[in-house]
Write a protein that binds this ligand. Structure first.
Ligand SMILES: *[C@@H]1O[C@H](CO)[C@@H](O)[C@H](O)[C@H]1NC(C)=O
Ligand SMILES: [Cu+2]
Length: 395
């Protein structure tokens, strides 16, 4: 794979210099997803070194010596995974900072993140700031792990195209270094959005998150109603509704929508931010789009619920990858890097395509999960992973 990636990159650059007529193929060569990652990282390093501009003002504190590197979960050492799991369990055990009267289902600090996402859902999906707000939100979670739970590492991601068998991947195989196993194998039918049932569907009973309970939601459940997952006592989903964490990890989407060639094609054929973010999120009952397909590869309760999905502890690995997918699109072409970093288009409400246009100066909100002194940051400070409040790249 890596060898092919290098060859493809070399062929692609040769093509530029030799002229199309000298090239034996009539169709354009598509870069592999691994080559895209390599080019994006190489360009990000030039930005950090000051030899390439992304159009942002960079604090001198963010440089090649200080930049954080976010890694794929399976590339972490077992000790690093153990540390990450410890920090997540720590956030799952600290008390919530939200008022109990308003949010009876918010018991622990981790729930604060879920509540903020539930509150923000209509303004941060299918809008101008879907990518920007989630970048900010994941960074806030990573920061909480580090500042509130003494985590020394960074947020890992799940590379969608990497695992031939997702249930037996290091993320979901259920061993002590995993994010917990699949849900128990139970009979269940298709869900809302026509999601095909996989080998799980029941409660998570293996690995570090075995027996985990959730309390918030559901608000927009997608599992088969025959499973009789209890409804929330409150219509807004904030009531206390204790039940087990369920998953149905399957290979249906990773072998189709999330296959490496599909991911590469999405990046190389989306020439504007509008096309990129719209096609990323355009789920239909016939075909889930990339973002939804990642959620539905884990599925379950609350993983398949657009409002409550951060209650699934692997939400952060999936959305880390959404952020990486955008980062690759922004960075992999040197000549486009600045334009793509600064690109910002779309509305402000997911149900209304004619809602007010998002402005780059619009402040983004994280409420009780904002890191200290970092609330209300405008979208135009969330454009680059190595400017504004951020200083990280993906490896
Ligand atoms: C989840 O709830 C069940 C039923 O109340 C309880 O037996 C179990 O100990 C809880 N799990 C955890 C990890 O607290
Ligand atoms: Cu979201």
């Amino acid at each position: 794979m890596a060898g092919n990636a290098v060859v493809n990159a070399v062929l692609a650059s040769l093509c530029l210099f030799s002229g199309a007529s000298a090239w034996p193929f009539t169709t354009r060569q598509t870069l592999s997803i691994d080559a895209i990652q390599q080019q994006a990282l190489a360009n990000a390093q030039k930005v950090l070194a000051g030899t390439l501009s992304d159009g942002m003002t960079r604090p001198s504190s963010c440089n090649k010596d200080t930049v954080a590197v976010r890694k794929e979960y399976g590339d972490l050492t077992k000790d690093e995974r153990t540390e990450y799991i410890r920090a997540v369990k720590c956030i799952l055990s600290k008390p919530s900072k939200l008022p109990a009267g308003k949010y009876p289902g918010a018991k622990v600090r981790y729930d604060d993140f879920t509540v903020v996402h539930m509150n923000m859902t209509p303004s941060v999906h299918s809008t101008a700031n879907f990518l920007h707000w989630h970048r900010y939100y994941i960074w806030a979670y990573e920061t909480a792990l580090r500042t509130e739970c003494d985590y020394k590492g960074y947020q890992p991601y799940w590379n969608w195209g990497k695992y031939a068998d997702l249930p037996s991947s290091p993320i979901f195989n259920g061993d002590q270094w995993s994010m917990g196993g699949n849900g128990e194998a139970i009979q269940h039918g298709r869900g809302v959005m026509n999601i095909p049932p996989g080998p799980g569907g029941g409660c998570v009973k293996t690995g570090p998150f075995a027996g985990m309970n959730i309390t918030l939601g559901p608000l927009m459940p997608t599992m088969d109603p025959a499973l009789r997952i209890p409804s929330n006592p409150s219509r807004d989903g904030y009531g206390n509704n204790p039940r087990c964490l369920r998953r149905d990890v399957s290979n249906y989407y990773t072998q189709t929508v999330l296959a490496p060639a599909e991911l590469a094609a999405h990046i190389t054929t989306s020439s504007s931010i509008t096309t990129f973010q719209d096609t990323l999120q355009a789920d239909t009952p016939q075909k889930a789009a990339i973002h939804g397909a990642g959620h539905f590869s884990i599925w379950g309760d609350p993983g398949g619920d657009v409002y409550v999905s951060p209650g699934e502890p692997t939400f952060w690995l999936h959305h880390g990858q959404v952020d990486r997918h955008w980062w690759m699109w922004q960075n992999y072409m040197e000549g486009e890097l600045k334009t793509r970093t600064l690109a910002y288009e779309g509305g402000t409400n997911w149900m209304n395509p004619n809602s007010a246009r998002g402005k780059p100066t619009d402040a983004q909100w994280l409420s009780v999960v904002a890191p200290s002194g970092q609330e209300g940051i405008p979208s135009n400070q969330l454009f680059s992973t190595v400017a504004g409040p951020f200083c990280y790249v993906y490896q």
